[in-house]
Design a protein. Structure first.
Length: 263
């Protein structure tokens, strides 16, 4: 590893960035992402979309990017640009930057962080295309967890994740987990998502132990939650599978109900 002039450690191929993209591959089927989507036009208002862009503008400025203008539209820069810059930072630095944005979006986060918002709401398009919309949404969901309630789990395992993801067989196993979610029958989505989560958890447990497995599993669940792939009750089951701790069920139910009330 190398350091910048101000002493910040840099990690090439930062594991959390790679994980975000692996989860994107796992949950990025167009069929899956659009099945359980909700009509958010009555929830996330045009003013809130504007506020969301302003919050992202603050975050992007930390990486020397601006909101881009395409004709009369304001759009987020291509995700590949942001990915390159975030990939050069440690998780702790990313989370310092990330918290600038999450504080900004807190008043409307539940309503406005989902795939439809990143695609198109009220005729306001905030990304260049659907692939970018998916990447931004899932990247947001991943770091929402990794820099939030799951931060301790990811920080504690950053070294092991770096090592594990440098071995080609491990990323391949993660991508193979995603095969479980590519289903055509909407009635099987919950079962497929649970199978994917269990596969992710088992894979990380073998490589880095229990806490890494729990963190990765919850991060994948949060991506599914923000993508609105599965019903809320299924998300509760997925979170329970991740934690393996039924004592936390009331907290999980409470957070899920709060999310449901905004739909």
């Amino acid at each position: 590893m190398a350091t910048t002039n101000n002493g910040i450690w840099m990690i090439k191929l930062l594991p959390v960035i790679l994980l975000s993209l692996f989860f994107t591959s796992i949950f990025a089927s167009n069929n899956t992402l659009t099945r359980i989507s909700r009509d958010v036009n009555t929830v996330c208002t045009p003013d809130q979309i504007g506020d969301l862009l302003q919050c992202y503008a603050r975050f992007l400025a930390l990486y020397n990017f601006l909101i881009e203008q395409v004709g009369s539209r304001s759009v987020l820069p291509h995700f590949s640009k942001l990915y390159y810059e975030m990939n050069r930072q440690s998780l702790s630095t990313i989370c310092i930057n990330w918290n600038v944005m999450t504080t900004c979006i807190a008043p409307f986060s539940l309503q406005c962080i989902n795939l439809q918002v990143f695609q198109k709401v009220n005729n306001i398009i905030v990304t260049y295309d659907q692939p970018d919309a998916i990447l931004y949404m899932q990247n947001h969901a991943f770091f929402e967890y990794a820099c939030g309630t799951g931060n301790n789990l990811f920080m504690a395992n950053e070294g092991c994740l770096t090592t594990a993801l440098a071995v080609s067989s491990f990323p391949k196993r993660l991508l193979d987990c995603g095969g479980n979610s590519q289903v055509e029958d909407p009635g099987m989505l919950c079962q497929a998502a649970q199978g994917t989560n269990q596969c992710i958890k088992d894979s990380f447990f073998r490589e880095c132990g229990e806490s890494a497995a729990i963190g990765a599993c919850h991060a994948a669940t949060n991506i599914a939650r923000r993508a609105e792939e599965v019903e809320p009750m299924c998300l509760i089951d997925m979170d329970i599978t991740c934690s393996g701790n039924y004592d936390s069920i009331l907290v999980i139910i409470a957070s899920t109900l709060a999310y449901m009330l905004t739909r």
